[in-house]
Design a protein around this ligand. Structure first.
Ligand SMILES: Nc1ncnc2c1ncn2[C@@H]1O[C@H](COP(=O)(O)OP(=O)(O)O)[C@@H](O)[C@H]1O
Ligand SMILES: [Mg+2]
Length: 587
């Protein structure tokens, strides 16, 4: 995903990154341009002040008369006032634009995040997601504001100040300019110096966030296994590496500052030495000299500041780069330009399906089976055999590596994702619940569902009794991830969702296996209701569920070992199913 990064900080590099962000600036271009325009006088006023020093020096200090210079003190006050007011206005506008852009980028990335296929989440930690989809955008946009401001003001003020330099003495100006270019040169190498560290910092930074997520999500395990100290040590380790990286960064970027100061001091020394000579020889007036020095000092201030702030600028430019890596990285599982509607479900076919989570290892090989509408197919087999994987290929959580899956003879890759997924309801072993109420968790986005229908669904999902015991009924809060309710209740909420979705195809993946016998019985009843009149793929270890299936498929090491009904398979000598059955893995 990360593209090859050029080493030098060049104008091209900056332009390239700003170009990417340009479409995001576009909706706010009036304000952005206004903020720029305002910075033009802000930048050039330094030069004006420096320029005014010349008549002041020559007339007042040398000729000892006030004359026409009486207006200068007032002008300085007025200029400073105007300058700082404009500065405020531009900061305000820039912040406004910057925040808006950050929001738009986050909205875009949030959308992107939700369109990624399952494999993205397999390999990306929660910390990395938070870091890159949220923090990086802030870093990029905060920097963006200061970058644009810094750049425009600096460039304008530099040009104006250089103008003042040349106006006062072209010889001195040439010396100063030469030294300035020398002083700036080390900055161009900074990116090469910090690139590796930056990459590691992003990695460690996201690890810090992951630590917090794990402390939160895993708090029961942490408490019961007394893992506080163990995790504390790991956390300290990560913080230490962030610290070390931060220090390394300062070492590499901080060294710029003394180098630049040194070069600058040589420049000033040279100018003073040569300037004194020019004054004594009468080539320039003392006023010109003072004005020159003032302009020079003003010119070097931003330069020096850039030396010490440069890692911030680089930081933000590199964040822009990372953000656009994400913006530019398209999800792999997307709709084809032309999609086909499958119509009423008649048949689902897995044809020669093979699949691997990684390129090296196939976890499914040559899987072939058919399910007619209204049939129930049970997948059984040892753990790790590939049952869940078979189920997750149908809604295209992952795409098959070889072969194809067809609904009514149409390859599922030719069906619009939203339509495909509208046809399938999945109940997992552990179903995610959103924070909020039971009602919100069942209806999700289907706001227009009638109260009667909801009541019917609650009955079918065997939730009615439980809900009637709650003070707030359907509107009871379930806590983040449903921590306030039991496993069986969670499963029934998930089943209620599936009822409401009313999809013709249902995939049940060990939906009762995490439950105790008592809750299993009631959840099983809800599942039985859900399975009525639907096409079902059920992964189960309950004999009663499996026995009633129209077809049982035994999966062993990613391959279909046996297919048949319970009665057929149970009679098979040395059969896998028979072995499962007798070892009472099916109860
Ligand atoms: N997200 C994943 N990334 C990589 N490998 C996975 C992933 N999920 C499952 N596997 C591997 O694929 C194989 C099949 O897993 P799975 O379909 O979950 O088996 P089952 O549901 O039959 O227990 C196992 O070897 C498992 O380790
Ligand atoms: Mg499984």
């Amino acid at each position: 995903m990360i593209k090859k990064i050029k080493n030098k900080i060049s104008t091209a590099y900056m332009v390239q990154n700003y170009k990417k962000i340009l479409p995001f600036i576009k909706p706010y271009w009036v304000r952005a341009v206004l903020a720029m325009v305002i910075t033009i006088p802000v930048g050039s006023m330094d030069a004006l002040i420096a320029l005014l020093l010349k008549p002041y020096m020559d007339v007042v200090l040398v000729e000892k008369s006030v004359g026409a210079t009486a207006y200068i003190p007032i002008l300085i006050i007025v200029f400073s006032l105007v300058q700082s007011s404009l500065n405020y206005a531009s900061t305000y506008l820039n912040t406004w634009v910057g925040r808006k852009i950050a929001n738009d980028l986050k909205i875009k990335l949030f959308d992107r995040l939700m369109s990624y296929e399952a494999s993205f989440f397999d390999k990306t930690s929660s910390g990395e997601v938070q870091f890159r989809f949220n923090n990086d955008v802030d870093t990029a946009c905060n920097g963006l504001i200061s970058n644009i401001k810094l750049f425009v003001t600096r460039v304008i003020s530099s040009i104006a100040l250089i103008g003042v330099l040349f106006y006062n003495s072209w010889q001195l100006a040439l010396i100063a300019l030469f030294i300035m270019i020398c002083a700036l040169y080390p900055l161009t190498t900074i990116r090469r110096r910090v690139k590796d560290i930056m990459k590691k910092t992003v990695f460690s930074g996201s690890k810090v966030v992951t630590h917090f997520n794990e402390a939160y999500n895993g708090n029961r395990v942490i408490t019961s296994y007394n893992l506080k100290e163990y995790l504390q040590i790991k956390f300290k380790g990560t913080l230490q590496s962030v610290f070390t990286l931060g220090i390394k960064m300062i070492q590499r970027t901080g060294i710029m500052s003394p180098i630049m100061h040194f070069i600058v001091s040589i420049g000033i020394a040279l100018v003073i030495w040569y300037g004194s000579y020019l004054i004594t020889s009468g080539d320039i007036t003392p006023g010109s000299f003072v004005s020159f020095i003032a302009a020079l000092l003003m010119l070097y201030t931003p330069l020096k500041a850039m030396g010490s702030n440069f890692n911030h600028i680089i930081n933000s430019l590199m964040a822009v780069e990372r953000v656009f890596d994400l913006v530019d990285a398209k999800p792999n599982i997307i709709d084809k330009p032309e999609t086909i509607k499958p119509g009423k479900i008649k048949i689902i076919e897995y044809e020669n399906v093979s699949f691997g989570y990684t390129q090296e290892k196939l976890v499914l090989k040559n899987v072939n089976f058919k399910i007619n509408a209204g049939e129930t197919v049970a997948l059984v087999g040892n753990s790790g055999g590939g049952k869940t994987t078979i189920g997750s290929l149908l809604p295209r959580f992952y795409d098959v590596t070889g072969g194809s899956i067809k609904i009514n003879g149409i390859d599922i890759k030719d069906i619009a994702l939203s339509s495909l997924r509208e046809h399938i309801a999945v109940v997992f072993q552990d179903n995610f619940l959103f924070s909020g109420t039971i009602r919100e968790n069942i209806i999700l986005d289907k706001k227009d569902v009638s109260e009667e229908r909801l009541n019917l669904i609650i009955k079918s999902a065997c939730l009615d009794e439980f809900i009637s015991t709650l003070k707030d009924g359907l509107d009871s809060h379930i806590g983040e991830r449903g921590v306030l309710i039991s496993g069986g209740q969670k499963q029934r909420i998930a089943i209620a969702r599936a009822f409401l979705k009313n999809a013709p195809i249902v995939i049940l993946d060990e939906a009762t296996s995490a439950l105790d016998n008592k809750s299993e019985a009631v959840v099983q009843k809800a599942i039985d209701n859900l399975m009525q009149n639907r096409t079902v793929i059920v992964i189960a270890h309950r004999l009663s569920t499996v026995r009633n299936a129209d077809k049982i498929i035994v999966i062993n090491h990613g391959e279909i070992a046996e297919t048949g009904t319970h009665d057929e398979l149970i009679d098979k000598k040395d059969g896998f199913y028979k072995a499962l059955y007798s070892s009472s893995q099916l109860k």
